[in-house]
Ligand binder design. Structure first.
Ligand code: N01
Length: 540
């Protein structure tokens, strides 16, 4: 698509970065302020995560009846989701529908990636540039650029020499990639690898799955949405959306959480409860069988071993099954995956699991890739190797704040923020789903809506009271970091080398970046600080 002419010299009230679900909602809400707004979007369409991650098998892991906007009653009543867990094309279609229905497109500049953000202290204005040549000035910036946006491509020597095709799943082409008869190598077994493997295996000549760390995956039990189920949701949206805002994961659960302790039951009873949940519930409901799964190592191990046994029962070759069993970190401390037939894929003749923990990948060659022990001939390499999560979208934008401070320097020892929104020394810059926010541990459309509402109210407060600038202080960042760490320490989350800790990126400081205190608690904390007279904010 030919890009429009760059905008130069224009002044805006607000620049929104990213036309994903939060960015779109920000554009919608900012209308109430009558503000002059522009949104820069790197892609040539809306949808953010659901625009970029168009790999085969990409699908949401929260049911679509709730992984959807709540702000407009007509929208939520009229929109029809064909399946419980929507595939990427349906989510992208929904984002497009919302952009059109609410006339949001006119304020979006597509194919314009923000690559420079500079704060002018004297004028309290952000100077924003894009790779398309835009140069504009704005009082406020709302960065809705995504927690999982900056792809991680491991720097294997020789990648440039590869004569086949290679793709990162988060930058998948629109054109269909034909795997028929091809020798395919898939690197990575996180949520993405687990979704793409079964689909590729259907047509590939041979699929090698290069696994460094196995993941726990639960059956999604995805199916077409039953009309009765849809009717029930639509009749009860008000109550259910209200329940979502009271839930730590911003999720509506069909069954109330079981507050019973796992230790009240005999091993046989536990097995029965877990089996019933596994067989009937689908999705993350399984995690809620017992109250202490995510905080007590012994309880966690019982659940972990139950899931390992499911893997052993599903995968016929027991040596392969053992390799697929996660044993080095507690259940759920790396993001849990939902799958549609992942483990069954390893029963296919045309699929081989390669353990690159014991035999690491050393280089890409013109004809495939090499591990320390073996050379693999491949036509296609798929990198399902994840993201420079939580911080990558921001640090890749060349952001400089007060005194020319570079955000990368500011975050050299790990990201800091106040409430996940603000970084001291970077005034008038609001992050949505930033480090220190609940991010992926709360259902992201709802938590994004809530964060955007909070930011818009904040901006309203500033405008009504004639403020030109809002900043926070290092002290308040430290307080918030301490709170983020305190709640994480109460759980088992820090025991895994996960992207929550930056452990997937070589050299990234090991700092827990997600607020695991719960979306409900997060709402409370953000509101408390405002009600306490905007405590922690420096308004001038
Ligand atoms: O990325 P990941 P993802 N050599 O970082 C491996 C969301 N999401 O794209 O674990 C070999 O989880 C790496 O190995 P290890 C969801 O929040 C949601 O899968 O670091 N392997 C790992 O196996 C999720 O958590 C949905 O040892 C290398 C994999 O690559 C987040 O996105 C769907 C390697 C990366 O896994 C990220 O998921 C998809 C190397 N050098 C994603 N470097 C749904 O809603 C990395 N790996 C369903």
């Amino acid at each position: 698509m030919e890009s429009a002419r760059p905008i130069t010299g224009a002044e805006y009230d607000v620049v929104v970065i990213g036309a994903g679900f939060s960015g779109l909602y920000a554009l919608y809400r900012l209308r109430d302020l009558n503000a002059k707004v522009v949104c820069f979007e790197a892609g040539d369409g809306v949808g953010g995560t659901w625009y970029w991650n168009r790999y085969p098998g990409a699908r949401v892991d929260i049911e679509s009846m709730q992984y959807s906007y709540s702000f407009d009653e007509d929208l939520q009543q009229e929109w029809r989701w064909p399946e419980h867990y929507s595939p990427q094309p349906d989510l992208e279609a929904y984002a497009n529908h919302v952009a059109d229905r609410f006339d949001l497109r006119e304020r979006i500049e597509f194919s314009a990636r923000v690559n420079r953000l500079r704060f002018d202290e004297a004028a309290n204005r952000w100077h924003v540039r894009t790779d398309r040549g835009d140069q504009v000035v704005a009082k406020y910036v709302i960065a809705a650029a995504g927690s999982l946006n900056a792809e991680n491509i491991p720097q294997f020597p020789g990648l440039d020499s590869f004569q086949g095709q290679w793709y990162h799943t988060a930058n998948w082409p629109r054109e269909e990639v034909d795997f028929t008869g091809k020798r395919v190598g898939l690197i990575g077994t996180g949520s993405t690898g687990i979704q793409i493997a079964p689909v590729v295996a259907e047509t590939a000549g041979h699929l090698h799955v290069f696994q460094r760390t196995p993941n726990f995956s639960l059956p999604s039990k995805n199916r077409p949405l039953e009309p009765e189920y849809e009717r029930e949701w639509k009749a009860n949206y008000t109550e259910r959306r209200a329940a979502i805002s009271q839930d730590p994961g911003a999720v509506y659960w069909a069954n109330p959480a079981d507050r019973r302790s796992i230790f009240e039951f005999t091993p046989q009873e536990r097995e029965q409860i877990l089996n019933e949940a596994w067989a009937s519930k689908g999705g993350f409901e399984f995690v809620r069988c017992f109250r202490e799964t995510m905080v007590n190592p012994e309880a966690n191990e019982i659940v972990a071993e139950f899931v390992r046994n499911k893997i052993r029962q599903t995968v016929k070759d027991q040596a392969v099954a053992e390799l697929l069993c996660p044993k080095t970190y507690p259940f759920g401390t790396k993001r849990l995956c939902l799958d549609s037939g992942y483990y069954e894929t390893f029963n296919r003749e045309n699929v081989t699991l390669v353990d690159v923990r014991s035999d690491p990948i050393t280089e890409v060659t013109p004809t495939g890739l090499k591990t320390t022990a073996t050379a693999y001939d491949l036509d296609i390499i798929i990198f399902a190797t994840g993201f420079d999560a939580m911080t990558g979208a921001m640090t890749r934008m060349n952001v400089t704040g007060v005194g020319g401070m570079d955000l990368r320097d500011k975050w050299a020892n790990g990201p800091t923020s106040y409430l996940g929104y603000f970084v001291a020394g970077f005034p008038n810059l609001f992050m949505i789903h930033g480090p220190g926010s609940p991010s992926v541990l709360a259902q992201m459309i709802t938590s994004g809506e809530w964060q955007v509402d909070w930011v818009v109210k904040f901006v309203e407060h500033m405008e009504e009271n004639g403020y030109g600038r809002v900043d926070t202080t290092s002290e308040w960042e430290e307080n918030w970091s301490a709170e983020v760490n305190m709640v994480a320490d109460y759980t088992l989350y820090k025991k895994a080398d996960s992207w929550y800790l930056g452990a997937n990126i070589p050299g990234k400081p090991r700092v827990f970046m997600v607020y695991v205190g719960g979306f409900d608690r997060y709402i409370q904390r953000c509101n408390e600080q405002v009600e306490a007279g905007y405590e922690g904010f420096v308004l001038s």
